[in-house]
Unconditional design. Sequence first.
Length: 319
Amino acid sequence: MKMISDGSLNTRSAFCSMPYSDIFPDFYGTLSYAPDQIEAYFHVATCHGFAIACHAIGDEANTIVLNAAASTHAHGSIEHAQMLKPADIPRFAKLGLTASIQPQHAMDDRDVITRFWANPGGTPYAFKALHDAGVRLRMGSDAPVAPLDPWMAISAAVFGTESSDREPFQPEQCLDVRTALAASTAVGRDRPEPGDPADLVLLDRDPYAVSTPEEMRRCRWRRPCSQAVGRTPPCTVNDSRQGTHEDSSHESHREPSAAQARRQTSYRHDLSVITRAIAKPIGRQIITMNARNAQSSASQRIELSEVEHRPVTYTDRAP
């Protein structure tokens, strides 16, 4: 269940425990729903087996959402988790919630933060603190707010800057490349394991050896490589020049050798086995979810209608 608990930093509507530094009289942002409404919606979602995905940017909004999750045993993610009180950081792990973060936003907001959050009540973009507390991180772009490019997010998380000519933003919150790559995958690991569903690609450089943000942002994939898990595909990977793949356009007319034909047959067999192994449990899960949703849809509509929607005005302030 997707829910928006507060606004955003740039509109100065993210709900914070400290007032914005450039507005008089004091202004703390706004909530989209009162705390008891957020808790009521979380309760409905949890009772019907739905995960939550709740937008929370200001530190006070994150506290309210964490409180609601704690009281309802909700599971899922907090989207953005952009500014957090130190005491709230370990609560993510304790409650089993994922912190869904967008590191490129830190690059876009770093100058605005010092202007609007001059006296913050928490830590903005606390990536490393969350990771050290054992919180599961999931990185994304929030496109179209930021470009749909995972390497921009990975670069921002690792280097804390878009340019080598500018100092990193909050270097103490930067992640190591292995953690950033793992947070960019659905399984939360930077290396696939047997049985993992995965879309694999060959890159034009080694992301573990990249030393600058510019180079990381230039990472591009050479070709899809999803024929098999755990095997080298039938292409040359040690030459970055164009036209060196064994199946490149100017050599595509050549008949495959006997060895290549055997490898391709093996890849197709492996892919078939992997697909069958993955599809069976996923298929059962989809059928189960559809049946459960069909059974609960009527009661869900009734219960949701009973949750009164009371718009929260801009005069609401953090305690």
